[in-house]
Write a protein that binds this ligand. Structure first.
Ligand code: URA
Length: 240
């Protein structure tokens, strides 16, 4: 049970102060009765706003096809962000909807967004080696046995204390690579290729764990059940 004003504010309907106006206007019912007391304790399922059930009261988990040109930071100074693609009410939620890990501004592809901070911590923790697959176009053909080097777990990038964990590289054309990582160091894919003299020209994340984009167009998202990672948690733990 939560206070009605807190519930509506946290779900992004309006500010706590504005809730009184919404109640006066008769927009909110609890158990079918027009609500009068902003401080009353309510269960999510007993509340209707403008006759509709509450908008995802248990939380949000979204799979977004991130387009190029948007950042994952909430800091407006860093430029237009992926959250601008979401409805205003979701952007106003508390806890904030945030990305699970980040993709660079110039990277497209699969990005998860959620307001479940526990999920963010769990899936970005180095303990949980969720495989993430990237497709990269390179400016040149990579040297020698790059797959062997990336798989070896010995590649130490500038400024890092620990080498990159073993990663799986497949070349499906001379300058077209697919790289699967189980960690997420800063700009890792670009830096791994750069360490061997290759510049990544385009980068796209195709998979996150078992999840794929399917036919989602850039800028579109689909909702995932909040239980999506409840089982894969066991699979991931078995691999650690
Ligand atoms: N590695 C990168 O270099 N950039 C990304 O956005 C993701 C992984």
């Amino acid at each position: 049970m939560r206070r009605l004003d807190q519930l509506l504010a946290n779900l992004g309907y309006c500010s706590r102060r504005e809730v009184r106006d919404w109640l006066k206007a008769g927009r909110v019912t609890v158990h079918g009765q027009i609500a009068k007391d902003a401080g009353q304790k309510v269960a999510d399922s007993d509340v209707l706003v403008d006759g509709n059930p509450l908008d995802h009261p248990a939380g949000l988990l979204l799979l977004l096809h991130k387009p190029i040109g948007l950042v994952c930071s909430h800091d407006e100074r860093e430029g237009p962000n992926v959250y601008s693609l979401l409805p205003a009410r979701w952007r106003a939620r508390n806890p904030l909807v945030t990305s699970i890990g980040r993709l660079d501004k110039d990277t497209s592809g699969l990005l998860l967004l959620t307001d479940q901070s526990e999920l963010v911590h769990r899936l970005t923790s180095p303990k949980h080696k969720v495989p993430k697959t990237y497709r990269a176009t390179l400016d040149r053909e990579p040297p020698g046995d790059l797959a062997g080097l990336f798989a070896s777990g010995t590649l130490l990038l500038d400024g890092e204390n620990a080498p990159c964990a073993p990663a799986l590289l497949r070349m499906f054309a001379p300058r077209e690579a697919e790289l699967t990582l189980t960690e997420g160091k800063y700009h890792q894919v670009r830096r791994m290729f750069a360490s061997q003299g290759c510049t990544v020209l385009t980068l796209h994340r195709a998979r996150f764990g078992e999840l794929e984009l399917g036919d989602l167009a850039p800028g579109q998202w689909r909702e995932l059940p909040l239980t999506t990672f409840a089982e894969s948690e066991n699979q991931v733990s078995r691999n650690t």
